[in-house]
Design a protein around this ligand. Structure first.
Ligand code: EPZ
Length: 425
């Protein structure tokens, strides 16, 4: 197992080119099995989640070739397959393969996805939507057994604007006969990107990025070549890295409108944030001001930036409040930040009251999930002394070359082996 050893106190200065979006890549990798032929995806981030997803679609007969950040996926021949439960449970979006595979092969079995450290993460909206499209799905002994004679379009309403359910149902509906309407759809940029990919394959989708998405089913999706856009959460994480070290960091290759909520909060905290058509720059003072942050579905403040923002606010002047409204327990970073001298009090399990302190002190801390791990790295960059962030396999799931990028910005961070056994995912 390995850890990040970080020596805090360096101002981060410089420019970052952000890797492709993990969450867009995962959404497309679930949908690529809809395509009867070859798909070429560019700018796919090489992180453990995309590697695992590619292995999973190979289990169902797809041929996948990686070369640098380009994936060539031939989904012409698909077949029913036994899948490795541990692999499916290791990434939740494996479940999003259910509908697309059903559209191609008519029946399959898939182990149920696990919950994770941030919440129960049920899939009831997915099941309800797939049932309305004509799929029969039963859960027996932790395995979903699904079948359909033919998928038929339906008019469906999501209880909450779930990003995953919107992606899953929109993709599946592209091969359902007739018209599907998804109401109360999520509006995350990853959904727009997925719709753009599917449309490049000949799908007929309108309204992606709004709360009502309409899909006219087609008989088949055609081969396509597509580029994954920059990862907005990685971009936000690097902006916060600049802010927490009173630095000057410019992030390139992204769409500023995807960062609007984060930019607005950084400005409210007193950082100077400038933007161009494909870049955002943060210049931060020595001390920022306390904030109130409430996570919301897009275009509200993204839940994936909640934990990095909490790290930033541990050093702000005054008392901040962060309310997590998307997940019931996205708090794995709190006690570890407090080990570094932060003063965070939890109220009701999803509200953090953060009293700013003058400094954090380096400590040995443990990542418990992807974005909690990122928050601990950010805190280590600003802390006095050395911080050891353990269980960094969680971070490797979603950040490509994190230590190299931070080193290029002037941070002192390196990957070191530790003797502890790998924590099971
Ligand atoms: C996606 O997860 C992202 N993951 C998450 O990013 C992100 O936090 C989340 O969207 C919200 O933006 C990927 O894209 C791989 P949801 P997803 O369905 O699709 C409830 C990261 O750090 N819900 O929008 O699972 C659910 O419990 C990850 O990169 C149901 O109740 O999120 C949660 O409270 C973490 N029933 C809320 O909706 C359902 O059937 C939002 O979940 C589905 C969801």
């Amino acid at each position: 197992m390995s850890a990040f050893a970080i020596k805090g106190g360096q101002r981060l200065v410089g420019e970052v080119d952000v890797a492709g979006s993990k969450n867009t890549a995962l959404a497309i990798l679930s949908s690529v099995v809809l395509v009867d032929g070859l798909t070429v995806l560019h700018n796919v981030p090489d992180v453990s989640d995309t590697r695992t997803k590619a292995k999973l679609i190979e289990r169902f007969g797809a041929k996948v070739e990686w070369s640098e950040g380009t994936l060539a996926i031939d989904a012409t021949h698909l077949e029913m397959a036994e899948t490795d439960e541990e692999m499916v449970r290791s990434i939740r979006t494996s479940f999003y393969l259910l509908g697309p595979l059903l559209a191609r092969i008519g029946r399959l079995e898939l182990p149920a996805p696990g919950g994770c450290r941030i919440g129960a993460r049920p899939v009831d909206y997915h099941i309800k939507g797939l049932n309305s499209l004509g799929a029969t799905i039963e859960l027996q002994n932790g395995v979903y057994r699904a079948k359909t004679d033919a998928l038929v379009g339906a008019d469906m309403l999501l209880e909450k604007p779930s990003a995953g359910a919107t992606q899953h149902l929109m993709a599946t509906a592209t091969l359902a006969r007739g018209c599907t309407v998804i109401r109360n759809a999520a509006m995350e940029p990853e959904i727009v990107a997925l719709a753009d990919f599917l449309k490049s394959c000949g799908a007929r989708i309108e309204g992606a990025g709004t709360s009502v998405i309409t899909v006219q089913g087609v008989s088949a999706l055609q081969p396509s070549e597509f580029r994954v856009e920059a990862d907005r959460i990685q971009a936000g994480t690097y902006l916060v890295a600049g802010a927490i070290t009173a630095g000057d960091v410019r992030v390139n290759g992204l769409r500023p409108e995807h960062q609007a909520a984060v930019i607005s909060k950084l400005r409210d905290a007193g950082a100077e944030v400038s933007e161009g058509h494909d870049w955002v720059r943060v210049q931060a003072p020595d001390r920022l001001k306390a904030l109130t942050v409430r996570t919301m579905p897009h275009p509200g403040f993204p839940t994936d930036m909640q934990q990095p923002m909490a790290a930033l606010l541990t050093l702000a002047e005054g008392t901040s409040v962060i309310e997590e409204t998307i997940y019931e327990s996205r708090i794995g970073h709190v006690q570890e930040l407090n080990r570094m001298g932060a003063n965070i009090r939890l109220e009701g399990g999803s509200c953090a009251i953060i009293t700013g302190v003058d400094s954090l002190s380096g400590a040995s801390v443990e990542a418990s999930d992807l974005r909690a791990g990122a928050a601990l790295v950010l805190a280590g960059l600003a802390a006095q002394g050395e911080t050891l962030v353990k269980n960094i396999h969680w971070i490797d799931r979603g950040y490509q070359k994190l230590e190299q990028t931070l080193t290029d910005l002037g941070g002192v961070i390196k990957r070191v082996p530790t003797e502890e056994q790998e924590v099971p995912v």
